[in-house]
Design a protein around this ligand. Sequence first.
Ligand code: NDP
Length: 486
Amino acid sequence: MKEIKHFINGQYVGSASGKLFDNVNPVNGQLIAKVHEAGETEVDAAVKAARAALKGPWGRMTVAERTEILHRVADGITARFDEFLEAECQDTGKPKSLASHIDIPRGAANFKVFADLIKNVATEAFEMATPDGAGALNYAVRRPKGVIGVISPWNLPLLLMTWKVGPALACGNTVVVKPSEETPSTTALLGEVMNAAGVPAGVYNVVHGFGGDSAGAFLTAHPDVDAITFTGETGTGETIMRAAAKGVRQVSLELGGKNAGIVFADCDLDKAIEGTLRSAFANCGQVCLGTERVYVERPIFDEFVARLKAGAEALKIGEPNDPEANFGSLVSHKHREKVLSYYQKAKDEGATVVTGGGVPEMPAHLAGGAWVQPTIWTGLPDDSAVVTEEIFGPCCHIRPFDTEEEAIELANSLPYGLASAIWTENASRAHRGAGQIEAGIVWVNSWFLRDLRTAFGGSKQSGIGREGGVHSLEFYTELKNVCIKL
Ligand code: NDP
């Protein structure tokens, strides 16, 4: 049986405790690997290796040398594209057609984009007058923050982990990563690529395990971790923030959402249907930016619901290797239980089930997979659990509205503020809405268009801080002012 070990100081090492947990393929229930569970010993070893590497060759490299290595990391992922693809799809159950377009290429791009960005970053300089007339010169230098703890989720494992590791390393930091226990494979595989690319030992470290009272909590509590970057649920973000308070360590938190789509009667309906279908059902709804609340202007409500239903029912559910499948399984049976509990709640709360609401019939060899049906509801009150809580599954609730003000108010009515989509051909209305919606990202007539140079993050309880482009540099570096009396 394959074993997945920690990657510490450039080597794969097992746990001293000998504790292992199962990594299971959600499509067929087969055991993919036994994974070593880190205790405090392994987390401490990883943090020590990361600290030491800051003082080693990594810390002495020029930006040109460092970024050349990061380009080799990106090329290394691309060269082993099929292995990464296989590993990611086995862990998550997502279709290869999706992961080959998004997860793996973006995982590689995250290293190149930030390597290129860091080469061109300037800082500030200010001359100042002094009472003696000689003057002084201030200039700022950017320094790496140090050892960064990276805690990543299971929905886009390689993409979201490298979204943090790429800029962290480009800025000269070292990292200790704790991937979700559901999806350890690509994070582990990246260790081989790092070694082959010439990343010095200790720069990239991985510890496997669970969150609370396990590797995640040990890492966030470790006093020698300088900053923590986290993507996951809002509740976990609060726990991590508390852990980071000890020692006054900085956090970047990319958290949950309950994103709204607003569809005006003056939209291009074909585009709105196509975009809402993707935003509700892509990656089986396990996308933080996905739309779980859809508000549709009353004159087009019935047509919109009918067409979205038709689109949802046309999705092809299948296993990762099925070239026609565009809808995979959920990441695990545990997550399926959560999603199905909301499917039940919707019925209990009196929803009209437009489509789905249960488990699809699958061929016998796939019967044990973590499948659920793409699901659409209407008719729920605004305060129902299904409309207010993040489900993170392939489902959405559609509700009619009558005025622009009402739509904006509904979109802003929850404590989350990650993303939103507006569908309208009226430019003034689009700008007005984009200005008023409380979210870190507002798409107009689009969804999931992402330029890695742009700011990414959530408002309200969807996060703290922005990553992406130069905004990542703010988190992964410390600006030091040098004041020289002339
Ligand atoms: P979780 O918050 O459950 O877990 C995220 C990571 O944190 C996992 O590696 C988890 O480990 C770890 N963790 C859990 N508890 C602790 C703890 N006490 N201390 C340290 N680490 C801990 O989120 P999910 O993995 O379920 O991911 C889905 C969530 O992520 C959704 O809410 C989604 O909205 C959000 N998300 C946000 C994004 C954004 O950019 N805003 C993007 C993508 C997802 P383990 O899995 O082993 O428990």
